[in-house]
Design a protein around this ligand. Sequence first.
Ligand SMILES: Nc1ncnc2c1ncn2[C@@H]1O[C@H](COP(=O)(O)OP(=O)(O)OP(=O)(O)O)[C@@H](O)[C@H]1O
Length: 131
Amino acid sequence: MALKDKRQIDKNKHFFQSVGHALEGIKKLVVEERNFRFDLIITAVVLCFGLFLRIAIYDWLWLFAAFFSVIGSEVLNSIVENVVDLIVGHHFDLMAKRAKDIAAGGVLLSALFAVIIGALIFIPRIFALLK
Ligand SMILES: Nc1ncnc2c1ncn2[C@@H]1O[C@H](COP(=O)(O)OP(=O)(O)OP(=O)(O)O)[C@@H](O)[C@H]1O
């Protein structure tokens, strides 16, 4: 699935070419975005906790909704940062600041959603374990 033509700008010719570019995008997120790596580590830790505490299927559904909400907003934040940098370059610009701060606010809100879901699922179980 290696991408032979690194300077391609026309449409992908087949499904596997599209998947190859999508995987390249995910690799960029993992390698270049510190917060994205942090989200993945937290997700792995929470998954381990969920398996250890044998949480119910409905709890897993909420947890996965929370994971993908955070990851989705992190992806949107990275897109905004890249597009803004492409447009304004290395200059201070109030609209650039506004766009980046709003995108970061979106990540913060989805992280808050994930913390609430995690607390509702895990705090009662941890208390039950301690009894
Ligand atoms: N061109 C610019 N003009 C004005 N302010 C900017 C510009 N670029 C960045 N900033 C400000 O600096 C902050 C951090 O910039 P940037 O989002 O590029 O860094 P980051 O470390 O990748 O952020 P994050 O922690 O969200 O991943 C932005 O939220 C914004 O407030």
